[in-house]
Write a protein that binds this ligand. Structure first.
Ligand SMILES: [Zn+2]
Ligand SMILES: [Zn+2]
Length: 747
């Protein structure tokens, strides 16, 4: 995106870092503090000593104590001095957040329309923003002090282990430049990174080499769109570029879409970048870590000990300074968009942060988001192409299997069963992709037509097999689980039937069909316990699985060595969605899952069962033609005036009664219309009518939305800035809640 400009330049922020030198160092000192409260603006406090911006402080707020961040030190407060309270304590166990970091938070607050404190504090690890963590212990003690004491102790006991690690690294120093010897002195423990053999760097092909040269020749800001077909070795390009950036003394931020990909990625980083960075200089940040682990990573980044931060979207807020490279892998992935609280896009913030920090940004994908593709066409991003597979294997052969005249058994065509039989006979693995978890999407009474509806939501409750002989109904929206009724609640008929199939039922059927094969199922249900996803993926990688059944969890990024056949079931369900982004998501998902096949040997086969083989999206898929798909889809978007040709914001309201939500939105629309009718308001803004969401009721709460759009981003932001303060508190009385999302992904 071309981010909107903020008034504050980095230079003006630096001037604010400490009280002006012209001002005598006499108390009181005035502070502007950002607090995690749903109120706009920052809050004035006084201090007896100068406090640097970027430090945390404990302040009184009403009858409570709150943790805040000092974001400014004005000469004069905005309020009368006598009405301003004193801070209670300065927390200075970490270096102050840098002006660049504060600037990013300010940008996010302004762009996504949230109070600054609601941006800054929630992105920090829990204990670092908890008043209790600091007040319940002796003064001078706190979570950071405890962590450092623990690390110092570990340093002693692990010292001999470090020596072993240093020797291992020394093996590679003939081919690669040695790292700084002083870094070997630190002995901190790294979590969750599997130990693996250090591998020498892979030989890059000409295209990869060219990409690395181009990425690393710029030392100022530039965003590259690394468009590489599946299996083209984008990771090798990231790693080679990272090696050069680390060599120059700058730091690297890696973003990946899924927690499950971090162990694989961390292992690659450790293996390939060993000469430049120690294991304990790689910090992980994702929601699968414990509070303690997240805090450890944050502290190491803030103190400058971490040279690489690897994580999911939250890692974009890592307090890393001296950034040289930001990599966003699978940049098209919707998981980069946070769907609650501050609804930010980590990919878009990465581009902003890169420009701010004068760092290079690499967005990698085989199926880039149409936003990024359009940015490359406009020349804002530079596109780098990897058109060949790294292991010189062919792109998988994709065939459509027409289900309209096929003799389906349990949802499988005879062609699919034959192909599976042959692949298994060749000792290769099969992946069956079905993006629907559970046993069956709905339970049905054949006598009266009753369907298993969730009591709290306007969706069907999904049939799940929780244990071998125990079925239950689960609602995927509110989480409620209920026993399966013994008879139809409407007519009493005992013949209730499962309709359709999910991954559990598919697994059951495949077990009967291929009794000799070893099966594994990977979906949100089979990987609920901590570490189970990694264990399952390791089994697949180790060749202990012949048939893998999975949802989209298996489609992303994984590099399966022996996978010969991919079968795609039920892709059609996304074809006719009302969401204009559905085709883009379907295409990306199918390309991703197809790209798992035949990455290391032979030519992989992909079979897509469909009742609509003439759909253009499937034609483009068979030809691996992302550019063609992107071009025609962008053309449609331009004609229909949809993103990326317009900018959108979505106001969502939730209430017990649908009418309450709709009325609020209608009122909000009137407020916006009144503002738009004023003389100075921009003209090119469209306000749509309030409508209920597709799934209107979730957990007994009804939801409706109001879409606002404009071809001008600044016009849209002008409206939002004037509009939101007039809408009242986000948690109004009468149980009405509202949120605003800028650049919504789903409409
Ligand atoms: Zn019935
Ligand atoms: Zn429900």
């Amino acid at each position: 995106m071309p981010p909107i400009e903020l008034n504050s330049s980095p230079a003006s922020l630096e001037a604010d870092t400490l009280p002006h030198s012209s001002k005598p160092f006499n108390p009181p000192f005035w502070l502007q503090v950002a607090l995690d409260v749903p109120l706009d603006g920052v809050f004035d406090y006084r201090a007896d000593v100068p406090v640097a911006t970027g430090l945390r402080v404990i302040v009184p707020f009403g009858r409570r104590q709150l943790m805040g961040v000092v974001v400014g030190c004005p000469d004069q407060p905005a309020l009368p001095p006598e009405s301003i309270k004193s801070i209670e304590r300065v927390i200075d166990d970490l270096p102050p957040l840098t002006p660049a970091w504060l600037d990013m938070a300010r940008f996010a607050a302004e762009y996504y329309q949230r109070p600054l404190g609601e941006v800054m504090l929630p992105v920090m690890p829990t204990r670092l923003r908890s008043v209790a963590a600091y007040t319940s212990v002796k003064s001078g003690d706190g979570p950071v002090a405890k962590q450092l004491a623990k690390q110092a102790k570990q340093k002693k006991t692990k010292a001999h282990l470090d020596d072993v690690a240093v020797e291992t690294v020394a093996h590679h120093q003939d081919t690669l430049q040695p790292r700084q010897s002083d870094s070997a002195q630190e002995g901190r423990v790294i979590q969750d990174i599997p130990t693996i053999d250090h591998k020498p760097s892979m030989q890059l092909n000409t295209q990869q080499q060219l990409a690395v040269e181009t990425i690393t020749e710029t030392t100022a800001y530039q965003t590259y769109l690394l468009f590489g077909v599946t299996g083209s070795g984008k990771t090798e390009v990231y790693l080679a570029a990272a090696a050069r950036v680390l060599q120059s003394g700058r730091r690297v931020l890696f973003l990946v879409p899924e927690i499950n990909l971090t162990p694989q990625f961390a292992a690659s980083l450790q293996a390939r970048l060993a000469p430049y960075v120690q294991a304990d200089q790689i910090a992980l940040m994702h929601s699968g870590l414990t509070d303690t682990q997240r805090q450890e990573s944050w502290v190491r980044a803030a103190m400058g000990d971490a040279r690489i931060v690897l994580g999911t979207r939250m890692a974009i807020f890592a307090p890393l300074s001296n950034l040289g490279l930001i990599v966003v892998d699978e940049e098209h992935d919707p998981s980069y968009k946070q769907q609650e609280g501050l609804r930010y896009s980590a990919r878009d913030l990465a581009v902003w942060r890169g420009r701010q920090d004068q760092a290079t940004v690499v967005l990698g994908s085989a199926t880039p988001s149409l936003e990024s593709w359009a940015q490359a066409q406009r020349g804002h991003y530079k596109r780098l192409n990897l058109t060949e597979r790294a292991h010189q294997t062919l792109m998988p052969h994709i065939r459509l299997i027409d289900t309209r005249r096929a003799d389906l058994k349990q949802g499988l065509t005879p062609q699919v069963v034959d192909a599976m039989t042959q692949t298994l006979a060749q000792q290769q693995q099969v992946l069956v992709f079905l993006n629907r978890r559970g046993y069956a999407p709905v339970l049905h009474c054949s006598s009266c037509g009753w369907l298993s509806q969730c009591k709290n939501c306007s969706v069907f409750a999904v049939l799940h097999r929780d244990q071998p002989n125990k079925m239950r109904l689960h609602c995927h929206h509110c989480g409620q689980q209920t026993p399966v009724p013994k008879a139809c609640p409407e007519c009493g008929d005992q013949d209730l039937q499962a309709m359709g199939r999910g991954t559990q039922r598919l697994e059951e059927h495949l077990t009967e069909l291929f009794p000799q094969a070893r099966l594994a199922r990977i979906d949100a249900d089979s990987t609920r316990s901590k570490g189970s996803a990694q264990a399952l993926f390791e089994q697949v990688h180790a060749g202990l699985v012949d048939i893998l059944v999975g949802t989209q969890m298996v489609s992303k990024g994984h590099d399966f060595a022996r996978l010969g056949l991919v079968v795609v079931l039920n892709a059609d369900s996304m074809l006719f969605s009302q969401d204009f982004r559905a085709p883009e998501r379907l295409f990306a998902q199918l390309m991703q899952v197809a790209g798992r096949a035949g990455r290391h040997q032979g030519q992989g086969q992909v079979l897509v069962q469909t009742g609509y083989p003439d759909q253009p999206i499937y034609k483009a898929l068979c030809q691996h033609d992302y550019p063609g798909f992107a071009q025609s889809t962008l053309e449609e978007r331009r004609t229909a005036q949809l993103p990326p040709y317009v900018y959108q914001a979505l106001l969502t309201a939730q209430a017990r009664e649908l009418n309450t939500a709709i009325d609020f939105l209608q009122h909000s629309r009137d407020v916006a219309q009144t503002w738009l009718n004023t003389q100075s308001a921009p003209e090119n803004i469209t306000l749509f009518d309030p409508v209920p969401l597709r799934v209107t009721r979730v957990a007994q709460v009804c939801r409706a939305q109001l879409l606002v759009e404009s071809p001008s981003r600044s016009a849209l932001h002008q409206l939002l800035k004037a509009w939101l303060p007039a809408l009242g508190t986000r948690h109004a009385k009468g149980q009405l809640r509202w949120q605003l999302e800028v650049d919504p992904l789903e409409i």
